[in-house]
Design a protein around this ligand. Structure first.
Ligand SMILES: C[S@@+](CC[C@H](N)C(=O)[O-])C[C@H]1O[C@@H](n2cnc3c(N)ncnc32)[C@H](O)[C@@H]1O
Length: 212
């Protein structure tokens, strides 16, 4: 698959979503968010939340976990900044506009990298995952929660039909599991630690890769 999603288009789409994002996606994505954060908190230390959006996840992390959050959309991040201020989240060290594929952090800086509902929205998921691993310490974890496309059946047909509309939102509903497993095999420096179906109906998955 090529670069069928363009970054500027995604940033524009999220600028429009920003004012209503929490209302529409707050609850839908909540269970996945909480499970991801539980894993990240158990690791602790320094955590990077990529595609942090409006910062819905930020207050769920333990106050002892040090957080950095990045996103391509400034309007989404502005909301996250408001949240940090209002809720006095003193464990958030920085929030900044950054492309997930070109993270401005040193190699091995983080104990965990979290990406919630992001990896299918970036133009080049494999190169983006490479950069996530680069900023992880050896033994650190990459924790993803995302929709993974159905392998067969009616859900797969629906996802294919829905795909042109979803693409305008920067989503790829048909995103197959093989894309992640092939990436991990090619990368060679990560092992799959967990793949857990998430509600509703296993439509989403929590996926953990550990850096060797
Ligand atoms: C579906 S939202 C998820 C937001 C948040 N993680 C949550 O759980 O509510 C996807 C987020 O990824 C961000 N995003 C999309 N492409 C990105 C990129 N290339 N680099 C950084 N962030 C990106 C969007 O701006 C948006 O905030």
């Amino acid at each position: 698959m090529g670069n069928d999603i363009d970054r500027a288009g995604v940033a524009k789409a999220y600028a429009r979503w920003a004012p209503i994002y929490d209302l529409v996606f707050g609850k839908v994505f909540d269970s996945g968010r909480r499970s991801t954060i539980a894993v990240a908190d158990a690791i602790g230390g320094r955590v990077l939340d990529v595609g942090v959006g409006t910062g819905l996840s930020l207050s769920d992390y333990s106050r002892t976990t040090r957080l950095c959050g990045v996103d391509i959309s400034e309007p989404m991040l502005r909301r996250a900044q408001e949240r940090v201020r209002t809720l006095q989240l003193s464990n958030v060290d920085m929030l900044g506009v950054m492309d997930a594929k070109n993270l401005a952090f040193a190699d091995g800086f983080f104990d965990a990298v979290v990406a919630q509902y992001v990896i299918t929205a970036v133009p080049d998921p494999e190169a983006t995952l490479d950069d996530f691993v680069r900023v992880l310490k050896p033994g650190g974890e990459l924790i993803l929660v995302n929709h993974i496309g159905a392998e067969s059946g009616p859900r797969k047909l629906f996802e294919l039909a829905f795909s042109p509309i979803a693409r305008r939102l920067g989503w790829r509903p048909e995103f197959p599991w093989e894309r992640l497993s092939n990436w991990a095999a090619r990368h060679g420096g990560v092992t799959l630690a967990e793949r857990r179906p998430m509600p509703p109906l296993g439509h989403f998955s929590l996926i953990r890769f550990r850096k060797s």
